[in-house]
Design a binder for this molecule. Sequence first.
Ligand code: NAD
Ligand code: MG
Length: 408
Amino acid sequence: MKEKEQIKNLQSDLSFGAPDSNRESAKRIAIFGSTGSIGTQALDVIAANPDKFSVEVLTAQNNDELLVHQALKFSANVVVIGDEKKYGKVKEALAATDVKVFAGEKALEEVAAMDCYDLMIAAIVGYAGLKPTLKAISNNKAIALANKETLVVAGDIVMRKAVENRVPIIPVDSEHSAIFQCLVGETRNKIEKVILTASGGPFLGRKPNYLVNVKREHALQHPNWTMGAKITIDSATLMNKGLEMIEARWLFNLKPEQIQVVIHPQSIIHSMVQFEDSSIKAQMGLPDMKLPIQYAMTFPHRIPNTFPRYDFRKPNTLTFEDPDIKTFRNLALATEVLFKGGNLPCVLNAANEIAVYAFLRNRINFLDMTDVIEKAMEHITFIEKPTLEEYFESDGEARNFSADLIKL
Ligand code: NAD
Ligand code: MG
């Protein structure tokens, strides 16, 4: 079977143990990045459905107190604290329990390889999520993927491994969840294109003369979504949509020209698929990440919840416009790397992580972020078909180059 078909069949047909009736036992969940925006909302979904899920693994980078609180509340089996200096504190706080405590980057991979869970919710932010997710795939774990950077950095390798191991990668990102939901029942039907919707972020309609003075507090105010700091800045620069184009390319095995971005400020249509017969399917709802998180956890089933519903009877207008890529140049750069491929998406991602980090610390201004990324793309040697090792190297080189440029 051709790889394209294999991916489609996997993504559309696999039912990997979502509880259908009460004769099935609870699905065992590992949340990598449990203290973040996605991680905490995943725990909300679990708290509302205690018969359907059990919490096996929780991980956090710095927030030891929240990690301990979560471990106690959900009776976790294993926790990992990324910051090794906090190991003693976490260990002591959980001394009276059976919770196993690990620390450090390597431990994330070791725990990802454990047998004790069925589904990984990949909710670490940035490149740091790649290695644990790869480890989980190698160990035949189903993945609910929030960490889009994993696919931006090494999407070809990650998806190939997933196909080889027959591991479903279920998107959590709302746009990709929308596309995924539109594709249910369409296994044999060709996609003409996907239309990714974007809210446009807090600076929709603004021009460079305004953006140059934008400060972090302002950029952190997203109109429709409450998210972690990095993705909120990415949404303000439209880099988030660029990363999502690359994510969509790998998740749905698309050609770059099959991916279109449209600005839809109300965030009610989460994305669309257009088929060969011109029919367009859209997935809609209020902007609430709990829905795509829940769907990824229960796929192929849907389960009831009490989330607020969108009401068509209320006066409202849905609008659509082209993105302004002359102003929001990050989207133009991301489109360029989507088409050129190789190690360029990995380089773009690494430079962007450094640029966002520097912007959040008031070290560079809003527009400087794009310059850093563009210079890194020019500087790092292009590799057309990188190995995994070469992706790691490109990431490191792009990070060092960008940090030097900013004098971090
Ligand atoms: P966040 O910053 O709120 O949380 C990140 C989590 O990752 C935390 O638990 C943190 O402890 C952990 N973490 C951070 N750095 C780490 C490192 N170096 N090593 C190990 N763990 C680390 O981020 P978030 O908003 O929850 O986003 C998580 C991922 O989901 C991102 O890739 C983001 O693009 C994606 N995503 C988020 C949303 C959203 O609504 N928040 C929507 C779509 C996609
Ligand atoms: Mg998204």
